[in-house]
Design a protein around this ligand. Structure first.
Ligand code: SAM
Length: 345
């Protein structure tokens, strides 16, 4: 785990490490595990933080130990001139890592500019190698654009390019080995994600989750022995290795939660700070910023909330006897901040 002596610890002794900035709640995909409905309630435009506000918040968080930043959404590349925000954040000397999670649709023409602006790492979501599946599941015919985005990211010279694949029974569970082969051929680390019962996943049920254990068995069936790679730290993915040295990750948030090491928190596009992906309430930082409070006061507010943090959302969910969707549709309509596409993954 990261953190310095200046870093506030939460009630479970966890420092602040990784900050995720969800720069927009809008998305150009409608993935069935995240945005399955036909209509959505969006955050009001006037509430969306400017890049200056995000940058100021990043500086305050960084002073408290959160020195790794990931831009997410919604689809972050839908936000106009994201390169400008990247440039601002990259110019902060204390920012140790600056990464982007994207669905890749708009990445190809912008990868080089994002790299030049100071973005270090990119993670691209790729759940299927079959365009017709993407069309049916995510309602987009732009599979080729995602592949072009991946190639452009590789050519742009980022420190790392990774692929994320959420595995869902009945959708892409028969593509686990193919996705790994795709990554292996291109020298890309693939990270398989268990389907999570987060806000927005209104069709979640235990039967549709493909567990880490099942994924590993499938991979071993195709590629031979799989060995765990130790030294995960606060990273969400457990690392594994094939006999030829190919590495891949599994984010087993559903069947093997890692709350005890979680140093992540998230700011939504309207400046609501969530201390756990599963938290029902967030802290309104937009009001603090727009009330004209000095940085030290905002920092004190953040430090106090972190010190009181005792969330272990994924572990609590695991212990439930009959687990279903986290938030019912009416709850999502009443408060779009409960949505995964608002909080960022
Ligand atoms: N639009 C960007 C993208 O597609 O990567 C960034 C935002 S998206 C919410 C971030 C990540 O969350 C993606 O990798 C997505 O697959 C994942 N995600 C969304 N809903 C999920 C769910 N119910 N379970 C597991 N992962 C989920």
């Amino acid at each position: 785990m990261g953190g310095t002596d200046m870093t506030p610890r939460d009630r479970l002794g966890r420092p602040m490490g990784s900050l995720r900035l969800s720069v927009t709640d809008r998305c150009n995909l409608r993935c069935g595990y995240c945005m399955p409905e036909s209509e959505y309630v969006w955050l009001p435009k006037s509430s969306i933080l400017s890049y200056e506000e995000f940058d100021r918040l990043a500086g305050i968080f960084q002073s408290l130990g959160a020195d790794r930043i990931r831009l997410t959404g919604g689809e972050p590349l839908l936000r106009h001139d994201l390169e400008a925000l990247v440039r601002m954040l990259a110019a902060r000397p204390g920012v140790r890592d600056l990464a982007l999670t994207t669905n890749g649709l708009l990445l190809a023409p912008r990868a080089a500019a994002l790299r030049a602006a100071g973005l270090r790492r990119v993670t691209i979501s790729l759940d299927t190698l079959r365009p017709e599946r993407m069309l049916a599941f995510a309602r987009s015919s732009r599979h080729a654009d995602v592949l072009a985005g991946i190639a452009a990211a590789q050519a742009a010279g980022f420190e790392a390019v990774k692929l994320n694949a959420v595995v869902l029974r009945g959708y892409n569970d028969d593509e686990v080995a193919d996705l790994l082969a795709f990554g292996r051929e291109r020298g890309l680390e693939v990270r398989f994600i268990e389907y999570m019962d987060v806000g927005g996943a209104t069709r979640w049920s235990g039967d549709t989750v493909v567990s880490q254990a099942e994924m590993l068995a499938t991979i071993a069936g195709r590629f031979g022995p799989v060995t765990p790679v130790p030294g995960r730290g606060a990273a969400p993915a457990e690392q594994f290795q094939l006999e030829d040295g190919t590495r891949f990750g599994v984010i087993a948030s559903t069947t093997r939660p890692f709350c005890r090491d979680c140093d992540r928190s998230r700011v939504t596009a309207d400046g609501t700070w969530f201390l756990c992906l599963y938290a029902r309430e967030g802290v309104d930082l937009r009001a603090a910023l727009r009330d004209g409070r000095p940085d030290q006061e905002v920092a004190a507010l953040i430090a106090a909330a972190w010190a009181a943090r005792d969330d272990r959302g994924a572990e609590v969910r695991l212990a439930l006897p009959d687990r279903g969707a986290l938030v019912a549709l009416e709850g999502l309509r009443a408060d779009p901040r409960q949505e995964m596409h608002t909080r960022g993954g």
